[in-house]
Design a protein around this ligand. Structure first.
Ligand code: GDP
Ligand code: MN
Length: 392
């Protein structure tokens, strides 16, 4: 689950990382009011940033500076409602603008190969790290954290030195890198990215100019499977931006993943779903989705799953493959019959149901004139043929 910059900054702040104050506003007047507060507390300029769950907001025109409250409102009204990579901007972050001296990149990911959290740093900040990885992979430095000991200070210092930092900024960097690791651990995150981690010029408490490292942007992806351990984090899910099919699948309690093909698959069990997809490919077709209705699916779940499959206009045929154990074949058949009675779009379907109550299922399906198959091979082959037939 991706969370918005403002929420990601809250999680960084909770680990003691340097983040400047911000407010979130949903309309231009609120942007102006927030800007007024930042100007009143000494800001020279304010920054207004689109809150959408995609990168490259700056390039898309979703990050702008303003010098007066009215200008902030004006900038806010331009950003709110803007379309960034297909997403409508519904809220913006407002804060005092930093005076940037230099931009660095700092990120933490779970490296599956080494099964460790790996920190990555680069002096080429501000640009997307994927771009740096392509153009200048040598500019990305890494440190792998020990699962027990965490990211040790000498490792963090090594990273900081590698990207050219020297004290006192280097010391700040060590704390920030360790804070990123702590943020990963505390929230079961898959990714924590600060880009840019910026050196900013400020006036110190003593009135003298000083430089400091500040997390100017924050991107966090949480591990969906670990959300159960963090009830508070579920509240950070941005329903504005959630794909409606994902939301629906979550409500139904089924695993649904969109793919690019034309054959909708409804299967019970993740392993069987993988096998089914393999067979579809084997017979020359492409699955439109991965869908595991889970064990013991009731007819309402089957009906809901069918709606999800049909919501994809690319679907030309549907393959239902149920291996009844806890799941009862007749229950699935009833769901399929209900679904077909309601569906707005007729798509050819082939059904294979074996196991618990398969005979009852077969009788129901035959009465309702469903196309059935005895084996999975046959079902997959038929579905591929049906999809090709329908495509013509
Ligand atoms: P992204 O484009 O979605 O990654 O959004 P960022 O928050 O990283 O902002 C993009 C760019 O806008 C940054 O790389 C900075 O160059 C610039 N920017 C962001 N915040 C500030 C700020 O407070 N002051 C100044 N001067 N520039 C900023
Ligand atoms: Mn950024």
């Amino acid at each position: 689950m991706k969370i918005q910059e403002a929420d990601a900054k809250s999680l960084l702040l909770a680990q003691g990382l340097p983040v400047s104050a911000w407010e979130v506003a949903r309309d231009p007047e609120a942007v102006k009011a927030a800007a007024q507060r930042f100007f009143a507390s000494g800001a020279g300029r304010v920054v207004v940033k689109a809150q959408v769950l995609v990168g490259g907001r700056g390039k898309a025109g979703g990050v702008k500076l303003a010098s007066t409250p009215d200008e902030a409102r004006e900038v806010g009204s331009r950003i709110l409602g803007m379309d960034i990579k297909g997403i409508t901007v519904r809220k913006v972050l407002v804060g005092a603008a930093a005076e940037i001296v230099k931009e660095y990149y700092l990120g933490a990911i779970v490296d599956r190969a080494s099964r460790r959290i790996v920190l990555m740093a680069s002096a080429e900040g501000g640009v997307e790290i994927e771009e740096v990885a392509r153009q200048n992979p040598g500019a990305i430095h890494r440190a792998s954290a020990d699962p027990e000991l965490g990211l040790l200070a000498f490792q963090a210092r090594g990273l900081g030195l590698a990207i050219g930092l020297r004290d006192p900024l280097l010391n700040q960097f060590v704390a920030i890198a360790q804070g990123l690791f702590a943020t990963m651990k505390a929230n079961d995150a898959d990714l924590v990215e600060v880009n840019p981690l910026a050196v900013v010029a400020e006036t110190g408490a003593d009135g003298k100019p000083q430089q400091r490292l500040v997390c100017l942007d924050a991107k966090i992806t949480l591990d969906d499977s670990a959300l159960g351990r963090h009830p508070g984090l579920e509240a950070l899910r941005d329903l504005d931006e959630e794909d409606p099919t994902d939301a629906q699948a979550r409500k139904l309690g089924i695993n649904f993943i969109h793919l690019d093909g034309t054959i909708g698959c409804m299967v019970n069990g993740a392993g069987l779903a993988m096998t089914t997809m393999d067979l579809v490919k084997h017979f020359g077709g492409e699955p439109a989705n991965f869908l595991d209705v889970g064990g013991g699916a009731r007819h309402e779940t089957v009906r809901g799953a069918m709606e999800l499959i049909l919501a994809d206009p690319k679907v030309r045929a549907i393959l239902v493959n149920i291996f009844g154990g806890i799941t009862r074949g007749d229950e699935v058949a009833a769901g399929l019959i209900e679904a077909r009675a309601e569906q707005s779009r007729r798509v050819p379907m082939v059904v294979r149901i074996v196991g618990t109550n398969a005979a009852e299922a077969a009788r129901l399906l035959e009465e309702a004139r469903f196309e059935t198959a005895a084996s999975l091979d046959e079902a997959a082959e038929k579905a591929v043929a049906l999809a090709k037939g329908a495509a013509r």
